[in-house]
Structures are given as C-alpha cells and as structure tokens.
Ligand binder design. Structure first.
Ligand code: C5P
Length: 301
C-alpha cells in the first residue's frame, strides 16, 4: 500500500517544571504542566523502496535511523506488524533544535499520528502514547498536545482543560544546553524555590489567565551551567514588554513569555527578534483529538 501523508509537529512549552527526585534508572521524577503551541515543523511521509530515510532542511540532523522521526516510524511498524519496503520522511523544521521545545519529540509524535492515519491503523491516543514512551520522555505528550500535567519521567500524563489562549513569544539565545548535563547538575534536596503546581492546576481549572501566567516557573533555570544571565535578561525584556509571565522551557535554552494582548506580544517579538534570530510569535493550541481505538490488539507488546 502506497502512502503520502502530511502532519504538523507542534512545539511544547513547560509552563511550569519541578524536579522531585533522582530515580534509580538515572532519570528524574518530574511534575510539569506542558502546553503545545502553534510553532511547528511540517512532516511529509511517502512510500519508498529502501528502508527508512529522513530529509530535513537542517544539514546537521541525522538522515538515517538515528533520527527520532525514523525511530518513531520503525516503532510504529514493529508494534502494528504493518509491512512496508520503505518510507521517506521529509521534515521542514521551524522549531529550533536543542531548545527545550520538544522539536525532535514532536516530529516523532507527528510521525506516529501520520502513519496511524495513512495506514488506517485505528490506534487510540493511548496506544500511540504507549509506543511514544519507548522513544523519549516528551513524545507521549506531543502525540496529543493541548495542556497536560506530566509526571514520572514526563510520560505519565493527566489531561487538563485547554487553557485560555495566550499569545506566546519564544526566544532562544544562541547557546544550547545539554539536557543530560543539566539534569545531572540538579540537587533535588537543595531546591528551595519550587513552582506552585497545585495553584497552577487550580488556575487552569478556573480559566484564570493571570493566575496561570503568575505561576510559570522552571526549577532547571537554577541548575544552568552557563547562560543564566542571558535567560534572566530575556525574561526581563518579555516582562518589560507586557508579558504576564516568563520562564525557560524544559532544559532550555528557549525562554517564553505569555501575553493576553496581541499588541504587547508583537512588540516583544520585534524587540527580541532584532537581537535573536530564533525568536517566534505564536499562540497556545488545544488538544488534538485522535478517534477511538479500532484495533484493540495493537500495539503489540
Ligand atoms: O527521555 P529523553 O531521551 O528525552 O531524555 C533525555 C535525557 O534527559 C535523559 O537521558 C536524562 O539524562 C534526562 N532526563 C532526566 N529525567 C527526565 C527526563 C530526561 O534525567 N525525567
């Protein structure tokens, strides 16, 4: 069966992120409210003759099975038992790489959604998320996006109501942060300031925009090996331009600001874009609905 399918891979933000403990498996126990935004990569998957191949508009990204998108395709085919000679995955990347925005994770999640549709495999969101969890901690969230509380290593998701729409300005400084290095610097017992996660979840339930924006917070900012001053400066600029709240996303180095005013967001975007190429103006997006499971037996163990 020949396929030709497109999907959008939305960036994610950690509206708030707390690290609770280091686990025996080397990962960290997290509590984070995650949110998808309209900034996205676009993916096209077509049938090919020879195995899995990835083409992107970023020369430094792998084009073979090391690419997260190819890993996702391989996992989907393995779990569903669908046979195919090969797939070409073309990715038009807009989400900056190594930025704390879940770019690679979102590409992988979009591949799962796209193949589910193209092969009419009928997997539910939960079944796709089971496959996604084998690919990375953020991939299950990226399958559906919207707003969720993420726990465990990030893969245990509790969907939250969609938040009131915010305009979002995202700015990535030139430096990048290694996620494993940053996590290895966290000393959980020494964290003194932690996010008010319960207050945030309550504000989301009440659709209280100010209450949400006031509680954006990321404990990983204090563990940064470098660039802390620049992160603080970008946050300051966002707030000065009218952001209701600003924080680093995930393991950075991207910083985001939440706005209820489009005018203020456009102003902040212009100010930061004049200094940082990787500056984006976008909006929060709702959860993606993926129908009911049609194949209860899939994914295979
Ligand atoms: O799951 P993923 O491959 O995205 O994680 C990348 C790295 O980030 C892990 O190898 C680990 O060092 C760190 N990490 C962590 N705790 C988490 C998620 C990621 O320590 N909950």
């Amino acid at each position: 069966m020949k396929i030709d399918v497109k999907a959008k891979a939305y960036a994610k933000l950690n509206i708030s992120l707390d690290v609770l403990a280091r686990r025996a498996d080397g990962y960290h126990e997290l509590r984070s409210v995650m949110q998808s935004v309209g900034l996205c990569d676009t993916i096209r998957i077509t049938s090919a003759e020879n195995g899995l191949c990835v083409k992107t508009n970023r020369a430094y990204l792998p084009s073979d099975e090391k690419n997260m998108a190819a890993k996702a395709a391989a996992a989907f085919l393995r779990h569903t038992g669908i046979e195919c000679e090969g797939l070409m995955i073309e990715i038009d990347k807009k989400i900056p790489v190594c930025a704390g925005l879940g770019g690679g994770s979102s590409d992988a999640a979009a591949v799962l959604r796209a193949l589910n549709k193209a092969y009419a495999a009928g997997l539910s969101a939960g079944q796709l998320q089971t496959i996604a969890a084998t690919l990375g901690s953020d991939v299950p969230f990226c399958v559906v996006g919207g707003t969720s509380l993420a726990q465990g290593r990030g893969e245990e998701l509790t969907p939250l109501p969609d938040i009131p729409v915010f305009y979002v300005v995202i700015c990535k400084p030139v430096f990048s942060v290694s996620t494993p290095e940053l996590f290895s610097r966290v000393r959980c017992e020494k964290i003194r300031l932690r996010p008010d996660m319960d207050g945030l979840i309550d504000a989301i339930a009440r659709k209280d925009q100010k209450g949400i924006a006031r509680r954006v917070f990321n404990v990983l900012e204090d563990a940064l090996p470098k660039g802390g001053d620049e992160i603080r400066e970008i946050k300051g600029t966002l707030i000065d331009c009218g952001a209701m709240g600003a924080s680093m996303s995930g393991s950075g180095s991207s910083v985001f600001g939440l706005f209820d005013s489009e005018e203020n967001a456009v102003y902040a975007f212009r100010v930061l874009k004049s200094r940082f190429t990787d500056t984006f103006l976008t909006k929060t997006t709702p959860r993606i609905e993926i129908g009911e499971a049609l194949n209860e037996d899939w994914p295979k163990a």
